[in-house]
Design a protein around this ligand. Structure first.
Ligand code: ZN
Length: 189
């Protein structure tokens, strides 16, 4: 069972993230950004069967340091050290060029804590689904396929701490490949 404090923590995280992401949209430029962290938290809870409220709260906050002006201190004050540590672990260093950030995600995946790995897995699952359902307008098929194989490479390092999320990722990746195979028959995948 969950305590009052668990629900309070979660509602505070959702409200805080909604305020911080309020002016942002997803890559399709239509969907409100906050939908994404809520989906990531839902995948952890519903599909990954994660029952640690602080990990669910960290999932709601997972893009907040990377994509908004939020300070680590704010997260620590409102949500504590454990949540902050997970959010920091899943945050890319935005001072680096994009390709380098993507390479480092592959490198760092294996050494991440089990909590950060599970948040990352749920994030990758949601991003692959988004790519199929509401893709960025300006992405070529080639770029989408590169994104799929990069996600798979990051996933290699994340495996070993939640079999449910791993098999869901494999299933969604297969669906995505099939989706693009139908779009472009004869394409090697
Ligand atoms: Zn994300």
């Amino acid at each position: 069972m969950f305590e009052d404090t668990d629900i309070t923590l979660l509602l505070t995280a959702i409200r805080f993230a909604a305020e911080k992401h309020q002016k942002q949209r997803r890559r399709d430029e239509v969907t409100p950004y906050i939908n994404h962290p809520i989906e990531v938290a839902t995948v952890l809870w519903s599909d990954g069967k994660v029952r640690e409220s602080e990990m669910i709260a960290a999932a709601v906050l997972h893009d907040i340091l990377e994509d908004t002006q939020t300070l680590s201190q704010e997260i620590q004050t409102l949500f504590g050290d454990k949540v902050l540590a997970w959010v920091e672990e899943v945050t890319d260093d935005k001072s680096l060029p994009k390709q380098e950030r993507k390479r480092l995600q592959i490198v760092h995946a294996q050494s991440a804590s089990p909590g950060a790995k599970q948040i990352k897995m749920a994030d990758k699952i949601c991003n692959l689904r988004d790519l199929m359902v509401r893709p960025p307008h300006d992405w070529t098929l080639d770029r989408k396929l590169q994104y799929l194989s990069w996600s798979d490479q990051v996933m290699d390092g994340l495996r070993g701490c939640n079999a449910l999320l791993e098999s869901l990722f494999d299933q969604v990746l297969q669906e995505a490949r099939q989706h693009y195979r139908q779009t472009s028959p004869g394409m090697p995948l």
